[in-house]
Design a protein around this ligand. Structure first.
Ligand SMILES: CC(C)(COP(=O)(O)OP(=O)(O)OC[C@H]1O[C@@H](n2cnc3c(N)ncnc32)[C@H](O)[C@@H]1OP(=O)(O)O)[C@@H](O)C(=O)NCCC(=O)NCCS
Length: 175
């Protein structure tokens, strides 16, 4: 377990699979009106992810309530790189948990995994970008047309952060 500013991160367990499946399908269903993942496919994903040394799937909790997920995946240990992503469970949304979950994840990735750089990507319009900027991710570019939602092409913003420039160990800027 890892603690950062009142957020506890623990490794996801098999018992979290249903919740993680719900999260995956729920955000997809909102725009596409179909679910994408079955429990069987979820178990196959878990069989690989839970054994991978290059992927960390962490559950974030606050005051003993699970509030979200932090993932650092595709870790390149030689160069100290990883892909960072976070979600807030729908019961905890709108309570400004996005930044605490992400900042705990970033602190874990830099101080425990000892990574040097984190990548993250945010679809244009997704308000998780606020937490990314607050943590110190720097906007590095735009990938055009990476998704089609209801017939409309959506771009994604590419962000990166180096350990040396992280702000998560300090007080976040008042954005
Ligand atoms: C995106 C997500 C992590 C944000 O968490 P949240 O609990 O909904 O958001 P928060 O309450 O922490 O608010 C974060 C910021 O966004 C703002 N915000 C919240 N809802 C918003 C909305 N609908 N539109 C615009 N801004 C919004 C808040 O005011 C807050 O800004 P502030 O810190 O300046 O006050 C969460 O909604 C989620 O997990 N969604 C589904 C999966 C997903 O999209 N994951 C991110 C993949 S990149």
């Amino acid at each position: 377990m890892f603690e950062h500013n009142g957020i506890i991160l623990r490794h996801a367990e098999e018992s979290d699979l249903e919740r993680l499946l719900e999260l995956k399908n729920e955000s997809w269903f909102g725009t596409h009106r179909v679910t994408i993942q079955t429990m069987e496919a979820q178990r196959d994903w878990w069989a690989k992810a839970s054994r991978s040394v290059n992927d960390y799937i962490m559950i974030a909790s606050k005051e003993a309530v699970d509030v979200g997920v932090y993932k650092v995946t595709n870790i390149d240990w030689i160069n100290g790189l990883g892909d960072s992503a976070h979600d807030v469970f729908k019961e905890s949304r709108g309570q400004r948990m996005s930044y605490p979950v992400l900042s705990a994840g970033v602190a874990f990735a830099f101080s425990v995994l000892n990574l040097r750089r984190l990548n993250t990507e945010v679809l244009v319009g997704n308000h998780s970008r606020k937490a990314a900027i607050k943590c110190g991710f720097i906007h590095e570019g735009l990938r055009r047309g990476v998704r089609v939602l209801n017939g409309e092409q959506i771009d994604s913003e590419v962000f990166g952060m180096l350990r040396d420039e992280t702000q998560v160990f300090n007080t976040p800027p008042d954005l």
